[in-house]
Design a protein around this ligand. Structure first.
Ligand code: GDP
Ligand code: MN
Length: 396
């Protein structure tokens, strides 16, 4: 689950990570109130106004701006709130901004060279270990650094049994060229950031930039935080941070129906029970010259209701030219599933794409017979290769 910058920063802060202070606002008036409150602690009239959307590159798209007094806070917030923010990471239409973060300006005026550091923590699946990636070349062009000068990005691998060690934090601070107070601050920063990563069950932290101020403080200025969905059951307060308006509406609808659905770019829709079978089915589609339009696991109980819902969701995608249903009847009987498919087909009415159904397992023959006798535009198969050939046929 992705969350907004302001939410990520509040999690980091709760683990003792130094963050740029800020308050979130929904309206320009709230933005001004937020700025006044921040001024009470900082005494500064300069603020940074930051669009809250689930995409990076906001600075490049005009979603991060400096305000030098309260009037500008109001003016800039009204510009950013309600805008369709287009960044290198959004689609061409951009994303609607409905919240702004009003934050203290931590780049002091006269600070000729604020140093922007890149730091991320992720689980390296190749080694199975949490890895910290960092670079002195933080800021808005880190992608270019990764591409052109990858040697400037360092990695520190954490032993899961031991957790992060003091020498590792010191090595990071040293490689970042820090000394004195900044060095000590960085050691604390890295340790608390790692503890936050493990403590909140994150799958990704990307803090770009981590700022070294001219008075040698180390502060998280940005925070991209992805939490592990599978661990949300033990973080009820984080689950409430979910922003459904940022997610694909069809995926949200599928989730509510208990279907595991991921939209893809291809033209053959699939409906399968079991994640492994879904993967294999996508392979078969590719082998027969199609491209999967989605991943859809209807789960163990492929009953008529779920099958109908799944059809409706797949059919929302206009790119879908055929649907392959691949169900293994273990606990669920194939004739039940077949009846579900026939009922769903009739209920939905105008289905204009061919449907290929492959049923295997308990009562597969009875299931196939039900489909063949239904008189509907549904092709049945028992052997997977048969189903693949049918896909090829209808796609030709
Ligand atoms: P992103 O573009 O979506 O990654 O958003 P960031 O939060 O990283 O902000 C983009 C850029 O805005 C940063 O790289 C900074 O250069 C700049 N920025 C962020 N906070 C401040 C601030 O407090 N003061 C100033 N002057 N610039 C800031
Ligand atoms: Mn950033």
């Amino acid at each position: 689950m992705n969350i907004h910058e302001y939410q990520g920063k509040s999690i980091l802060n709760s683990f003792g990570v130094a963050v740029q202070r800020g308050l979130v606002a929904d309206t320009p008036e709230e933005a001004v109130e937020a700025a006044k409150k921040i001024n009470e602690t900082t005494g500064s009239d300069w603020f940074v106004i930051k669009a809250q959307i689930h995409a990076g590159g906001r600075g490049k798209g005009g979603g991060v701006k400096i305000a030098k007094n309260l009037d500008q806070v109001k003016e800039i917030s009204s510009q950013i709130l309600g805008m369709q923010l287009i960044t290198p990471q959004t689609s061409a239409e951009g994303k609607l901004v409905s919240k702004v973060l009003i934050a203290e300006d931590v780049y002091y005026p006269g600070d000729s060279e604020p140093s922007e550091i890149y730091m991320s923590i992720l689980l390296d699946r190749a080694t199975g270990k949490v890895t910290i990636m960092y670079s002195t070349e933080g800021g808005m062009d880190i992608e270019a650094v990764a591409e052109k000068t990858p040697e400037l990005i360092y990695k520190e691998v954490i032993n899961p049994g031991l957790g992060i060690q003091g020498y590792q934090c010191r090595k990071i601070a040293f490689n970042l060229g820090l000394s004195g107070k900044a060095f000590k601050e960085m050691v604390k920063f890295v340790e608390s950031l790692y503890n936050a990563y493990v403590g909140c069950d994150a799958s990704l932290f990307e803090i770009n930039p981590v700022l070294k101020t001219s008075d040698d403080r180390i502060i998280a200025v940005d925070a991209k935080v992805t939490l592990d969905d599978n661990a949300l059951f033990r973080h009820k307060d984080y689950a409430a941070m979910r922003d459904l308006s940022e997610e694909d509406p069809t995926e949200v609808e599928a989730g509510e129906a208990g279907l595991n659905y991921v939209q893809l770019d291809g033209n053959v829709g699939c409906m399968v029970n079991g994640a492994g079978l879904a993967m294999a089915t996508m392979d078969i589609i590719k082998l027969s010259g199609g491209e999967p339009a989605n991943f859809l696991d209807v789960g163990g109980t492929a009953d008529a209701k779920r099958v109908e819902k799944a059809f409706r969701i797949i059919l929302k995608d206009e790119k879908v030219k055929a649907i392959l249903v691949n169900i293994f009847g273990g606990i669920v009987r194939c004739d039940r599933v077949a009846q579900g498919i026939v009922d769903a087909y009739k209920n939905i009415g105008d289905i204009n794409v061919p449907i290929i159904v492959r049923l295997q397992g308990t009562n597969a023959k009875e299931g196939k017979a039900l489909i063949d006798e239904s008189g509907l535009k549904v092709h049945s198969a028992i052997v997977l290769q048969d189903a693949a050939d049918r896909v090829k046929e209808v796609m030709a």
